[in-house]
Structure formats: C-alpha cells, structure tokens
Design a protein around this ligand. Structure first.
Ligand code: 5CA
Length: 445
C-alpha cells in the first residue's frame, strides 16, 4: 500500500476523551472513530487489524476441528423465552420491535441460536461430538462503556458452542478450547492466564477467564507468579487426545490464579509469600461448561444409541476479538505509539522515503516495494511529500515492527537503514539485504 493513496487519518492532537493508552493510540493512529457511546467505526487500519486477528482465531479453531458459520445479530425474542433468558438477561440486552410488533433483540451472545440450529438438524449420538462457532458482532448495553474497544457496547466476539453426548466429552471440549485459546493468544504476542471465574448470565458453575496482565485492566486478579512462567510454545497437540488436553489444562490451571469474583483468601495464603501477586488484568476470553442448561429447555436431544433420548452436554467459549486489539496495545507500546508484534501487524514493514521526488530515492523505494510484495509481504510505503519528522512520527504511531529508511546520503554508498520498532536499533545494509532481512523475520512465523 502507498500511503499517498491510503486512508490513514492520523491525529496530531491527543484525544482528550481517552483515559487509557490503547484507546488514545487507536484514535490517534486512525484505527477507530467513535460513533456513539461504546460504538465505533472501524477505519481501514483498525479494520485490517480486526481481520488479521480473526484469521488467527479461525486458523487455530480449524486445527481443533471446530466449524465456522454465521448467525444473525437480530434475533427473535421467542427463542430467548424458551431458555428463560429473555426476562432474565436484564438491561444489557438491547430490545426492539419490528413493524409487526414482534419482540426482537440484538444478540449479546448466542447459546440459544446455536442450540436451536443443533436441534433442527441433528438427532443422533453419531452426529457428536460437534463444535460450531462464529465471529460476529454482539451488542451489550453496558452501563458504562469505556476505554474504547475494551468495553464497547457493540463489539466483535468469537463465540463457540460444543455439543457432546456425555459430560466427560463436554469437559474434553472445554479443555480443547483452553488449548486453542492459549495458542491463539500466544500467536498474538500475549500471555493470557486462565483463571477460575464466575459464570454470570451464561450460567453453569465451571468456567475460566483468560486474563492479560495490565495496569489498566478492569478485573482485579490474584495469582501465583509462577503462572507467568508457563507457555505452550510450539508444542504439537493432538486435539482428539483427552489425556493430552487434560494434562495441558492441569499444567496451566494447577497454580493459584483467580479473578476477584472467586478469590479464596485461604488458598491464596497457601502460595509462598514471595510468589503472591495482586494485580489487574484484561479479560480477553472465557470458556464455560454448563451441561444441559440450554439443551434441556430447548429440547436439543439425541438418540443415545441405547433406545433413549438424552439432552446434549454443552459449553460455550468466547474470545473478545475487538477487545484484543486494545489488549495487544496495552501490552505493547511506548511513548511514541503502538508496537505491533510480528505475529499480527497491519503491514509487515514500512518504507520511508526521506526525499520524495529524488530520482534515486524514488527508484530504490519502488524497488523495495516490489520485492517485498513479490515475496508475499505487505509493505506500507510512505511516499507522501512530507517532512521526514512527520513520516517518522506516523510510522512510530502506527507501530509496524520494521521500517526501511531510504535517504540520498546512504544510497550513495548503496545502503538503506533497517530499524526495529521494538528496540529502536538501526542497521545499514544494501537494499537486497534489507529485503532478505525482513523476509527472514516473517518466514519463521
Ligand atoms: N457466550 C459466552 C461465550 S461464547 C460469552 O458470551 N462469554 S463472555 O460474556 O465472557 O464474552 C466473551 C468475551 O467477549 C469476553 O471474555 C470479553 O473478552 C469479550 N467481551 C465481553 N463484553 C465485552 C464488551 N462490552 N466489550 C468488548 N469485549 C467484550
């Protein structure tokens, strides 16, 4: 992409309404524009990042055999009356009437809709196990939407639903989701710690939230500092193996880690004192096992193969896709702007032309642009007729992990400069080496 032809409305002034850094940088970097409280337009750079996160979520779900589909955002109240949640959900549910005076609502979650789909088509234990999911906009009429995309009213969620014959199988689905979530967050450059939590309006009594530690997090958390030493790395996982998923679950959840809703002072005090931590975290996902809470009232049953009918055991599993953008920025930024991790960045590298209109500089930049593009990468070429300072400022704010700077002086010696956004370190090299360097960085991901 050539910046002169892109739509990247970077703000010079600091937006006053933003209380936390991710909100401020998302506005300043031209990623989002507030439309009304807790509702945002996704400008090209923000939209691109949403799509990138979605892709990673889809890839990791596919590895576990989970199947993507899409449900309507506007749903009939009748379905929600069947589960009893239409009256129970409270003021967070946005309700409306259509022209025929029928009660409708904007889906805050989708247990009913997925359970209804299941019961409409599937009747036999042979159809199980099954996990369906979507990435779809949700609406929750939060009392206090704040912190930008962190607590929006309209937000993008990945929500998945497992259907199993037995409780044991459903708990395997729970563990399997835990593993897919850990992998997803790690690819996004985040350490998200699974913590015992409260289930709220989703129901059930077995649930874990995934928390990214950050001072600006909305949840208070209590944990054993040793949990931050565990990581999945590039471990091979057989998602069909109950034992392997269970052992990963045990490994990640055996140490004390809880949100304030389930905090247990006595258990916490059993953690060695120097490892006890009280901190704040951003909830980037949550998994639930709730058995037959929805399948029973909605009549989602299967023939159990022994002549009987049995309600399916279910759970639901959510990732806050739009919130993740804020979480990544909270975890990775400096005073100049965002620093995207290499695993998820809107463009792989910036090309900065220090003297636009200079034949040698223009030609070298064009050549870098072509070569990086041919190698399958997406560079952002700042080809605007702007001061160098403005170009550096924009690049730093939007946080691309790598930048190639092309100036007349270096080019005389056949050199350009390659700079890491994270370390700030620069190195001079030939344009060909610069391309090889950048291609090499992404080849391993
Ligand atoms: N049906 C279940 C699982 S699919 C469910 O709705 N779970 S949830 O309520 O925990 O939401 C899943 C994730 O969505 C949360 O972990 C959080 O990351 C994100 N989320 C929830 N509310 C908001 C909000 N108001 N703004 C942004 N993200 C949110």
């Amino acid at each position: 992409m050539r910046l002169s032809r892109y739509f990247l409305p970077v703000l010079k002034e600091t937006p006053r309404e933003a209380q936390i850094v991710s909100h401020r940088y998302m506005l300043q970097a031209g990623m989002i524009k507030q439309s009304s409280a807790g509702i945002y337009s996704w400008l090209p750079l923000g939209f691109k990042m949403l799509r990138k996160i979605e892709n990673i979520v889809h890839e990791e779900q596919a590895k576990a055999g989970h199947i993507a589909m899409l449900m309507p955002t506007l749903q009939s109240a009748d379905l929600w009356r069947e589960s009893g949640r239409y009256d129970g959900y409270g003021e967070e549910m946005l309700r409306m009437k259509d022209r025929h005076d029928r009660d409708m609502l904007f889906s805050p979650t989708a247990e009913e809709m997925f359970t209804d789909t299941f019961r409409s088509y599937l009747k036999s234990y042979k159809d199980l196990p099954l996990t369906l999911y979507q990435i779809q906009w949700k609406f929750r009429d939060e009392v206090r939407p704040r912190f930008g995309v962190m607590r929006g009213r309209e937000f993008l969620m990945k929500d998945g639903y497992n259907f199993d014959l037995t409780k044991e199988d459903a708990l395997h689905a729970y563990n399997r989701h835990l593993v897919t979530y850990l992998r997803t967050y790690e690819r996004l450059g985040l350490q998200a710690i699974p913590m015992r939590a409260d289930s709220g309006p989703i129901g059930g009594d077995y649930t874990h939230e995934f928390l990214v530690l950050a001072e600006t997090g909305e949840s208070e958390v209590f944990y054993d500092s040793a949990v931050t030493d565990i990581s999945l790395g590039k471990r091979d996982v057989d998602f069909d193996s109950h034992d392997q998923c269970q052992s990963i679950m045990d490994e990640f959840t055996s140490l004390y880690a809880r949100t304030d809703e389930t905090h247990d002072e006595a258990l916490f005090n059993a953690v060695p004192e120097d490892r006890r931590r009280v901190a704040r975290g951003i909830e980037v996902g949550q998994i639930f096992y709730f058995g037959t809470t929805y399948s029973e009232p909605l009549g989602a049953t299967v023939d159990d193969g022994k002549g009987g009918q049995t309600p399916v055991h279910m759970g639901s599993h959510g990732i806050g896709v739009s919130r993740l953008l804020g979480a990544i920025i909270e975890a990775s930024h400096d005073d100049k702007g965002i620093i995207w991790p290499e695993g998820v960045t809107p463009f792989h590298c910036g090309i900065l032309n220090m003297r636009q209109g200079d034949d040698a500089c223009d030609a070298a930049c064009e050549d870098l642009y072509q070569q990086l593009t041919n190698a399958g990468l997406e560079p952002l070429y700042d080809d605007r007729d702007e001061r160098a300072g403005a170009k550096f400022g924009t690049m730093d704010m939007i946080g691309l992990p790598w930048r190639i700077t092309v100036g007349p002086r270096g080019l005389k010696d056949g050199k350009v400069e390659v700079t890491s956004r994270r370390t700030g370190e620069s190195e001079e090299m030939s344009p060909a080496d610069a391309v090889a360097r950048i291609v090499g960085v992404y080849a391993g991901l």
